[in-house]
Each structure stands twice: as C-alpha cells, then as structure tokens.
Design a protein around this ligand. Structure first.
Ligand SMILES: *Cc1c(COP(=O)(O)O)cnc(C)c1O
Length: 373
C-alpha cells in the first residue's frame, strides 16, 4: 500500500495513525463486541466516546466554561442559516466579506433578517483583509460575522478583531471550518465559532459549534428544533441522533493532536510548513500567489503558474496547467487543482500534512519549473 501526499481542501487527509486505529477498532470497539457505527447513541459505550471527545476538544482549544460545545450536522453551509435562525432575532447582522465563504454566509443570512456588509475586500480580488478599524458596524447589530480562513481565496485572519475595542458590543461569529485546531483561539473575542469537521478535524458529517452560553435560547420560532442551539445544548447534542461515527473519528484526531503537543505545537508546525511553501513560490519565476503577505493562509495556499508573458494562467485548460497536474500526480501528489471559481492550483496543508509532504511538493514544483524554462 502506498499513500500519496493528499492536498485536498476537504474532505481532507487524515492522520495515518488515526486511520490505523479506526481500522483496528472497526469490528470490535474495546471488547464491546460491536463497531462504533453499530452502537446506540444512548448506550454507555458511545456516551463514553462522546464525553471523551468533548473533554479533549475543550482542553485542546482551551474553551472556557461559559461556552457550550455542540456536535451538529449540516456542515458550514447549514450554519449559514442556523446561526441567523438562532442569533438574529429577526434584526440586523453585519458581515465582513473576505472571499467566497463569507459571501455565501452573507447571502444566506439575508433570508432571515437584514444582512448588511460591514466591509468587503472584493475590489481587491479578495487578496487582502479590510482593516477592522474601518468596518461599518451598526449599533443595532445582533452579531458580526467573519470567515477566519477563506479556504478558496487563501486569506486568513491571524488575529481576531477585538470588537469591544472598536466600540461594538455585538458578538463575533467566526466560521473557522478550515483552520480550527490549527492554532489557539482567543475566546475573549468570540461569541460563537462554527466549522465543518472535514477540513481539519475528521470525516464529513460532523459540524462543530462552540457558543457562549448567554447567546443560547434566542432562536426564532421558525428555527427547526434539531437546529435550535438550546435544544441541542440541553440534550448534550443528542436531541436527535448525532453523527456518531464522525464524532468518534474526530475524537481520535483530538487524541492524536494532544499527543502531538496540542494546538500551540501544531501552530508552530503549520507556520513552518506554510513559510516553506510561500518562500519557494515567492522565489520562483514560474509560480505566484496573489495574497497580501500579512494575511496569507497557513492552511490553504492557492497559486498560479505563469504563462510565457509572465502573467498568471487563469485558464484551467491551459496545457501548462494540465502538464503541472500530470507531473504532480505522477509524483504522488494529489488534489492540487484550484477551486473552479478561481482556477489555478491550491495546496491545502492542514494539521495532518507533515512537512515531508510540503517538501515533496516543493521538489516536484522545482523540477517542473526546470522543464518549462
Ligand atoms: C468547506 C467550508 C464550508 C462549507 O462546509 P460544508 O460542510 O460543505 O457545508 C464553509 N465555510 C468554510 C470556511 C469552508 O472551508
């Protein structure tokens, strides 16, 4: 068996040790005589898996006691509706548009209330972050939404905005789908954070919501019961059947993260990996990354190949792009094609990607550049 280096943006590569452990426990979990998929979510076996996963996550992310951890379903996109259903109270919400994902969140929230744009980086092609000091946040704002890491455009907040310091009392909502657990979170600045698991935590199907207690219990009456944070919280995420196997897998990832030294250790590795790749791209003649250096994502590195005229090749069908993808695939480097909305290439280098994978990618990119001279 050979496992390739997998640069998928999500569902993404999992730590190999986690997959091996899951494989060994597939048929019989801890002598219970059954696999995790086959357990009642109300049985003592699964409850112990769930409680361990929650406790490990709380420890890893240093989640304060006045925040609840909810294991939900529906992915990041469902939260684009579930958050306004729970927090908007039919009022106004402010969105900072920094790429495709925050744009989607803004559009969806408009179905449930007055979704305003506090700032947008669209005019810059989403290659930079608008300065928080210039955000236009209404005094009646129910919450301010940001996407912590724009998975498609490769733009990341390296510091969460301090809304209180900007004179704003509204809670900050962060979509942290694609950088959760890659770095510590400053919870003093956060009201709610949500994310799908399939980028950095585990398999698809699980959606993590971490919400300050005082924000629970405000849902619109039209909010589906299964998505009402109060019902979910009051029932320990088991108001209805939770995604049991995905919770188990995420729990194994949490244990793996703890064994790696936790999220501060992961952050150091992620900085080193990203630095290596960006430095190579910046130093090359063939490759280019369009994002401002101050807000480049450590998780998702979009890049373009240049044409003979030196301009980025936006056309996905250009023979040089095709040749690059063939060369990387032949070298055992998978899923490097950029998102169809922006074109080019994208290397997603989440927690599970070791530095050796980034080194292999750079070696292949360097070899390919030589063939194009
Ligand atoms: C992937 C992603 C989503 C969407 O997640 P789904 O699980 O497909 O709904 C939302 N936000 C961000 C930042 C993402 O990377």
């Amino acid at each position: 068996m050979t496992r390739a280096w997998n640069f998928s943006a999500g569902p993404a590569a999992m730590p190999e040790a986690v997959l091996q452990q899951a494989a060994s426990e597939m048929l019989d979990w801890h002598g219970s005589g059954m696999g995790v998929m086959e357990m009642s979510h109300r049985g003592k076996e699964f409850i112990s898996i769930y409680e361990q996963a929650e406790a490990d996550l709380r420890e890893l992310l240093a989640v304060p006691a006045n925040f609840r951890i909810l294991f939900m379903q529906g992915g990041g996109l469902a939260e684009n509706a579930i958050v306004p259903l729970n927090l908007s109270q039919g009022g106004a919400m402010d969105f900072v548009l920094t790429g495709s994902w925050s744009q989607k969140s803004h559009k969806e929230a408009g179905k449930y209330g007055n979704a305003r744009v506090a700032a947008t980086a669209q005019a810059d092609g989403f290659s930079t972050l608008p300065d928080p000091a210039l955000w236009q946040i209404g005094t009646d704002s129910r919450y301010v939404h940001i996407c912590g890491n724009e998975t498609i455009h490769g733009v990341e907040f390296h510091e969460l905005p301090d809304l209180k310091a900007l004179g704003c009392d509204a809670p900050l909502v962060v979509d942290f789908s694609s950088h959760v657990a890659s770095r510590p979170v400053d919870w003093s600045r956060v009201g709610l954070a949500f994310g799908g698991a399939q980028k950095n935590l585990g398999p698809a199907g699980l959606t993590l919501v971490i919400v300050r207690e005082d924000l629970i219990g405000r849902a619109l009456s039209a909010c589906p019961s299964a998505f009402d944070y109060k019902l979910v919280a009051d029932n320990q995420s088991m108001y209805n059947t939770p995604p049991t196997y995905s919770i188990y897998m995420a729990g194994l990832v949490f244990q793996w993260l703890k064994a790696q030294g936790g999220v501060t250790a992961m952050e150091q590795r992620n900085i080193a990996k990203a630095q290596l790749l960006y430095d190579f791209i910046d130093g090359s003649q063939l490759y280019t990354n369009p994002v401002d250096k101050a807000c480049r994502s450590r998780m998702n590195v979009p890049f373009f190949l240049r044409g003979d005229d030196g301009q980025p090749l936006m056309d996905a069908t250009h023979p040089r792009n095709t040749a690059f993808l063939n060369a990387t695939k032949a070298a055992g480097l998978l899923q490097l094609k950029g998102h169809k909305s922006v074109g080019g290439m994208r290397a997603s280098i989440y927690n599970a990607m070791p530095i050796e994978g980034v080194q292999a990618l750079i070696a292949c990119m360097r070899d390919f550049e030589k063939t194009q001279a």
